[in-house]
Unconditional design. Structure first.
Length: 350
């Protein structure tokens, strides 16, 4: 009180030497002294120590999470157990209490499929906009003029025309495709691919005459040609009515693995061809699995339980379809792999 009285006397508004800034500063100092006058220095030091300790522990905890690549939930589970084991009791003011059990929510892994980004080949002079030097020996406008004279310019867009020119596709090759009546089947990019893979026009004509050209694109045709797949082998697929089941890659794989069309026909007649791709068919054939065995599995309703590898293993171990039915009747089949079935079959003394 004495300090306040002295202050009032020192800073009286009637004082001709009154300084307002000094008066405000003095009032602030008094308020600060009043705030801490009842708090011992030791207590304040303990408060500072506690705050610093909490901050330090927090930083260590954050570093620990970062090092182990954990989120807070994983850290909690590691220290205190899974939330599935935690039961919390919440009390209310009325004396009632409620038990809340937090379930363990499992977040499934989301598998993002790999996306193959195709290579984009830019010309060497793309960035500096330098003139393109074609090996065709003519300028781009002359290239267009020749196609125009042949009445082919309107069959292509600007992108297709520049693509063929930049990849040095001769006008003669484009004209040959047009004369063979194949221009409706291929655009500028496809013609470029056929030319780069040295596909002769006669090979394309054979596909057209066989009535199978519409089943394949330029990539498939190039693959079939480069792997020397004869047209007669492809025609067998058409005659068997299974050409729509396979593309150029699949037919190439079947041919290079010497899979006869008869085996594919048997799978088709058994009504199981749609369940297998070229890789699975190749595996079944190489493991000498008869189509009759596969038909039995299908008729028993178990084909969705097994892939080609499992079927091959079961057949190699001489596991009859009747044993699969026995396991199914006992409610065991859906929980067993092919190796488990084989082991059980042996333990049963079969």
């Amino acid at each position: 009180m004495a300090d306040q009285e002295n202050t009032r006397n020192r800073f009286s508004t009637n004082d001709p030497d009154f300084d307002l800034d000094e008066y405000i500063d003095e009032q602030a100092k008094q308020a600060n002294r009043a705030e801490h006058s009842d708090e011992p220095i030791e207590k304040r030091e303990r408060n500072y120590w506690l705050k610093n300790t909490i901050l330090g522990v927090g930083m260590v905890f954050i570093a620990f999470l970062w090092y182990h690549d954990w989120n807070p939930k994983q850290a909690y589970n590691a220290l205190f157990g899974s939330p599935a084991d935690q039961t919390f009791v919440i009390g209310s003011g009325s004396g009632q209490s409620f038990e809340i059990t937090i379930p363990d929510i499992e977040i499934p892994d989301i598998e993002i499929p790999d996306i193959e980004i195709p290579d984009i080949n830019f010309p060497e002079n793309f960035q500096n906009n330098a003139p393109f030097n074609s090996t065709l020996g003519i300028s781009f406008t002359d290239y267009l003029a020749e196609l125009n004279k042949l009445g082919l310019l309107d069959d292509f867009g600007s992108t297709s025309l520049s693509t063929m020119y930049r990849n040095n596709v001769p006008v003669d090759y484009i004209e040959s495709i047009a004369n063979a009546g194949l221009l409706d089947n291929f655009g500028g990019t496809s013609i470029t691919r056929l030319y780069e893979n040295e596909i002769p026009i006669s090979y394309l004509t054979e596909f057209k005459e066989a009535g199978i050209l519409d089943n394949f694109g330029s990539t498939s045709i190039s693959q079939l040609y480069s792997n020397n797949v004869p047209l007669s082998y492809i025609n067998e697929f058409k005659e068997a009515g299974v050409l729509d089941n396979f593309g150029g890659t699949s037919i190439t794989r079947l041919y290079t693995n010497n899979i006869p069309i008869e085996y594919i026909n048997e799978l088709s007649r058994a009504g199981v061809l749609d369940n297998f791709g070229s890789t699975s068919i190749t595996r079944l054939y190489q493991n000498e699995v008869p189509t009759s065995y596969i038909r039995e599995i299908n008729e028993a309703g178990f084909l969705d339980n097994f892939g080609s590898t499992s079927i091959s293993n079961l057949h190699e171990a001489n596991v009859p379809v009747s044993y699969l039915k026995e396991l199914n009747d006992k409610g065991l089949l859906n929980n067993m792999s092919s190796r488990s079935i084989i082991e059980a079959y042996r333990l049963d003394g079969q």
